[in-house]
Write a protein that binds this ligand. Sequence first.
Ligand code: GLC
Length: 421
Amino acid sequence: MRIVYLNPCGKLGGAETSLREILASMRAAEPGWDLWLILGEDGPLADIARDLGVQVVVKPFPPSLARLGDSGREEHSWALLKTVTDTAKYIRSLGRLLTEIRPDLIHTNGFKMHLLGAWTRRRKAPLVWHIHDYVQSRRLVSRLLRLSGRSCSAAVVNSKSVGSDLKSLLPGLRVTPIYNAIDLQRFSPGGKKLDLDELAGLPSAAPGTIRVGLVATFARWKGHAVFLEALGRLPSDAPVRGYVIGGPIYQTRGSQWSVQELQGKAKQLSPTREIGFTGFLEDSASVMRSLDIVVHASTEPEPFGMVIIEGMACGRAVVASQAGGAAEIFTDGENALSHPAGDAARLSEQILRLARDKGLRMKLGEGGRRTAERLYDSKRLAKELVELYRQVVPDSKAQFKTAAAVLSAHRETAKNSRRVP
Ligand code: GLC
């Protein structure tokens, strides 16, 4: 069986972390299967996948396509035309590559790849969309997905909540919820920690300081302002240091905060408390272990929320906003605390409660680890996916052209196309 995974981004956001776990789990469960990854951007995910024994092809998006988003900003018509022609060219060349690889199944991650995968002509393999985000709230994306739904054999969703959103857009589509999972050895309570103060360029915090961090991409709905306001509301003697961990990792225009904007917000919302900005840190397990309290503060319903299970698996006390798919993955008071999405006052109370109560932090950390072991072990992923793949691949007459031969043919094509003026 040969599967090609398509992903737009090479950096490690939530959907990429999810894909990494899928690749690792598939590799371990089906060592004889031929796994490929085509990325629309180079980045750490490429090396991670190569190390797992996946054949990786980086096929960069043209900049006009990389920046295109659903931010509501209108394009000038000439820019739009350029995006359309660049995209059409990309689709043709992606189609050629897929024809060479001859997959038995294509599994796409991210809206751009769902659409490109569906629009690739001559694609014979069934297409599985892995939907990580709500679709109905995105005007352009939902229209395009609805138009392309017939090309898709099945969809995987990361929560029941995302599943019902997708179902209302495409009622006829086979939709299977598969919760994300993680490597529980890597995400464990014991292990390497980071010096967050040094990474943020701050003097070391006093002994006994409780470290509280929001770990998120800089997407505007991840609740940075709520987190900063919650820190600003803490009594001045609360022994807490806050950290904003992450960065604007996506190329999509207009969808993210810049670090300067957030630093400005920090001064305004939490003028007296020093807050550390570490930038994006790849080793998220060590990040979790370096915190006492992991905050998830999304202001819109969170489709799943990888950081919640990562924090739980590392035995940390998690405070999460209770909305969307995120609300399906934890139980308030048992393995995390919650606050209503966008409620800075309540988040502040929960942080303070945890900062003052070591016993509660420990209880939630232990409860979180137990939950992760029961529900979010990555070994489960391959089992659930293989079952789905077998349903959509018709009696797999897998073609076994060797991976090396396909790669060298692709490199040859790329060289030749560079020679054309
Ligand atoms: C997307 C979602 C996030 C989820 C991740 C992995 O990034 O926004 O909620 O955790 O995908 O499924």
